[in-house]
Design a protein around this ligand. Structure first.
Ligand code: BYC
Length: 313
């Protein structure tokens, strides 16, 4: 589907707000961009289980443990829907997983930071899932049907995650001074990495142009980052926590909270694989893949046996 007339036809469908479905004709570049983005998103959900999973055995109460286990399981589910959505574009899940294990695939920078205290679990729910909701509510309107539909369900679950996180943070912020200090310390460490989740500035974002043209994205990285800041600053204030940015200032004219500059050197180092936990995260995925080999073998043997029986029938 590369000649001009077909490209024009495709653009008309996009402009008319139609959803593109797996068997529809689509430009090769559209297909490749979606595989890139959806697979990075799927990997993020799977790697994203690790920082929080690290605290399941140390949750401070049975109730906290139950909701954390449920949240981490939800992230696994999100990864699976997203690998399925990527597979509708003609790529095999095994190939995508292998790219992750080989260290060739990107996943969200945020998951390369360590979870040092229990407050980090609250702050991840509040800030990281909060940022994800802002981004994914936009993606629920993406032009590719399977991706947009996966986002609707994922956003519902992310809302629960954000609430459980905020409730942990609010409880600690209203607790004894040591708890409040722990909550503030977690906000100080996670604030800037959360802003990095939205990607580089629009002027430095090589993929945004084509993604906006094809309505995979309907808002830019900077627009979404600003929306997240505007939503989150009042929440922090309501909990008595401060945002670690001396340049944060409300502009009554634009109704935006203006904020300072992100450390882009840090961002690019993390996405190149040099963040504090990149190696540990990939090693944990490799170990899980090795440990799960017998399950894959058993499932394949069962499927082969079942296929033999249905052939006989
Ligand atoms: N981290 O041209 P740009 C969750 C890369 S998980 C790493 O602006 P684009 C959760 C980008 O890929 C939710 N890499 O790209 C789970 C590109 O590299 P390539 C995760 C980043 O695609 C468990 C290059 O930088 N959400 O909620 O237009 C527990 C240039 O960027 C990042 C998603 O995955 C980054 N932060 O925009 C708790 C959302 N930013 O591929 C919570 C889906 C940029 O050209 N993805 N890069 O080599 C998106 O919305 C978009 O892909 C992005 C980037 C906004 C991330």
């Amino acid at each position: 589907m590369e000649d001009n007339a077909k490209m024009e036809q495709f653009q008309q469908r996009i402009d008319a707000g139609e959803k593109i479905e797996p068997k529809d004709s689509m430009p090769e570049k559209y297909r490749k961009q979606l595989i890139r983005m959806i697979s990075q998103h799927a990997h993020s959900e799977i790697v994203g289980m690790l920082p929080e999973g690290n605290w399941i055995t140390r949750a401070p109460s049975l109730q906290r443990k139950l909701s954390l286990i449920a949240k981490v399981q939800d992230e696994a589910g999100h990864g699976l829907y997203l690998y399925c959505a990527a597979e509708t574009l003609g790529i095999d899940r095994d190939e995508l997983v292998q790219q992750l294990l080989d260290g060739k695939a990107k996943y969200s920078s945020i998951f390369n930071y360590p979870t040092l205290t229990w407050a980090d679990i609250g702050v991840i729910g509040w800030l990281v899932d909060g940022a994800a909701i802002v981004n994914q509510t936009m993606l629920a309107k993406a032009s590719y049907g399977p991706y947009s539909r996966a986002m609707i369900r994922i956003c519902k679950e992310e809302n629960f995650h954000k609430r459980q996180g905020m409730e942990i943070v609010a409880t600690m912020a209203a607790g004894v001074p040591a708890q409040k200090k722990m909550a503030q310390d977690a906000v100080n460490r996670w604030w800037w990495p959360s802003l990095m989740m939205f990607g580089p500035h629009d002027s430095d974002s090589p993929n945004s142009g084509v993604l906006l043209k094809w309505k995979v994205k309907t808002k830019t990285n900077d627009e979404l980052r600003q929306r997240f800041v505007n939503l989150t600053v009042p929440q922090a204030r309501a909990m008595g926590l401060s945002i670690p940015d001396p340049n944060l200032k409300y502009d009554p004219e634009t109704k935006n909270w203006n904020f300072g500059e992100i450390d882009w050197d840090e961002f690019y180092q993390v996405i190149k694989g040099n963040g504090p936990c990149n190696e540990e995260r990939i090693e944990a995925r490799r170990k899980a893949h090795r440990d799960g080999a017998w399950v894959r073998d058993a499932a394949a043997a069962y499927a082969a046996k079942h296929a033999d029986k249905s052939n006989v029938a």
